[in-house]
Ligand binder design. Sequence first.
Ligand SMILES: [Cu+2]
Length: 96
Amino acid sequence: MRNLKIAVVLASMLTSAAAFAQNAMVQGEVKKIDAAAAKITLKHGPIKNLEMDAMTMVLRVNDPDMLKNLKVGDKVKFEAERASEGVTITKMQKSK
Ligand SMILES: [Cu+2]
């Protein structure tokens, strides 16, 4: 009985974690990189947490190192949030 309860709790935790990850990661394509200004222009898909539709726009990165191994045309997955300086990428990785 106890084990069953634990299994149910674990299963619901995994489900919500997966749903959250799916929500947060956004697809993008690199259009321009401005490493000196820590900015990147992305053609991105809908960003649900910012209620933003797909578009091409300039985004800030919270760490300029994120831009190091990227080039125009690369596909990325990223997470972004609204900051006082503008929409800022908090996490980004190359995707295939
Ligand atoms: Cu946008």
